[in-house]
Design a protein around this ligand. Structure first.
Ligand code: AMP
Ligand code: MG
Length: 359
């Protein structure tokens, strides 16, 4: 199958590549001092700058298609935040995106569209802010929905090593497992050059190095069929998923390996390319989402979900329902997530059902 082509994909790839570059520059400037002070300024700068870059590019190419993004510029417009805005302006200029403070705020606010038109983008400029601050995995995630169906996805993972670097990683042994799979939240390995994964519905999932060089290669989910041999990944943050429930589910499936904890939609990326076999995101409350508990945002899953489906995998909620994109900017009709290589889906769903007492 040839690599997909579409006007939307070409623009989205360029936009996410540039946003990932900005994020990489900013992450590279985080000092120990900033980390020790729990100063969130770097992630704030990168978050706004990435949304500005992507919205600017999409608005120029597709002015009538709304963007449902995570950020807005209301706070940034406050006079006391002028220094922050100046820093964002400098980071943008460093990647040859020149704009006045007002331009930058307008680009960011173009990302405040509503998820209620026949065609809209959804954007998470930095998914996994905690991973970003720790110097670990994070993602820039963009997806196009048409008639409430995922059509195009581009997910940039600036700290995930590209396939081209697998051999070097083996030598350096930075997170490479004995069977060659790369499954680590760490970005300290010098070969972590970053990837762009992308998909167009019906045209497969693909990956290329984050700097846009090199050929796109098709990616596929793993061939694993035996649950006990499966590799599980989940959030690092215990507030985002029930670690204790996933441990019980893994044990029920006969899995003895520890789960690998990775921030952001990089989890979808590692399932899509077969480095992990499944990803669980389990509600911490047993009540349905519409009664209480956390409701997942569309930008946290839209890009990743299409990648995994186009790579041959399956994505449902913990009740086995497909993700329902018709409820605005959140997945109100779904709770939790099960993301697998497809072959393992029914077994994982059954094990989750027993432990979460699903209907
Ligand atoms: P992850 O890196 O997979 O742990 O997910 C990061 C995303 O989790 C963030 O972008 C948040 O939007 C989202 N998030 C925030 N609070 C929660 C929560 N209580 N449960 C699940 N996800 C959450
Ligand atoms: Mg997010």
């Amino acid at each position: 199958m040839p690599a997909p082509e579409s006007p939307e994909l070409a623009i989205a790839l360029d936009a996410v590549r540039l946003a990932a570059r900005v994020c990489r520059n900013v992450q590279g400037s985080i000092s120990d001092d900033v980390l020790q002070k729990h100063d969130r300024t770097p992630v704030t700068v990168a978050d706004f700058a990435a949304q500005a870059v992507v919205c600017r590019a999409l608005q120029a190419a597709f002015p009538d298609v709304p963007i449902v993004g995570e950020e807005d510029a209301a706070e940034l417009r406050q006079p006391e935040n002028a220094p922050l805005l100046e820093r964002i302006q400098r980071e943008l200029a460093a990647v040859n995106v020149d704009g006045s403070p007002d331009d930058i705020c307008r680009w960011i606010d173009h990302g405040n569209g509503k998820a209620d038109s026949p065609r809209y983008w959804t954007l998470d400029p930095i998914d996994g802010t905690k991973g970003f601050l720790r110097g670990e995995q994070y993602a820039v995630s963009l997806a196009l929905l048409v008639d409430y169906r995922l059509e195009v996805a581009v997910v940039g993972c600036p700290n995930l090593p590209s396939a081209q670097n697998r051999s070097r990683i083996r030598e350096n042994s930075g997170g490479q497992q004995p069977d060659g799979r790369i499954l680590t939240n760490s970005a300290t390995d010098a070969s972590a050059d970053g990837v762009l994964q992308f998909a167009v519905r019906g045209q497969g999932a693909w990956q290329r190095p984050a700097d846009g060089t090199g050929d796109a290669v098709p990616i596929h989910v793993s061939p694993t069929t035996i649950p006990a041999e499966a590799r599980l990944c989940e959030s690092v943050e215990k507030k985002h998923t029930a670690h204790s429930a996933s441990a019980r589910i893994a044990a029920d499936l006969g899995i003895t390996r520890e789960p690998v904890r990775i921030d952001s939609q990089a989890k979808y990326a590692v399932v899509a390319r077969g480095d992990a076999d499944f990803y669980l995101r389990l509600p911490r409350s047993q009540a349905p989402a519409w009664e209480r508990g956390y409701v997942e945002k569309i930008w946290d899953h839209a890009g990743g979900a299409l990648l995994v489906e186009e790579a041959g995998g399956r994505v449902t909620d913990v009740d086995g329902h497909p993700l329902d994109w018709t409820h605005g900017d959140a997945l109100h009709a779904n709770r939790g997530l099960i993301v697998t290589n497809g072959r393992l889906h029914d077994a994982v769903l059954a094990a989750v059902g027993v432990r979460l007492d699903c209907r």
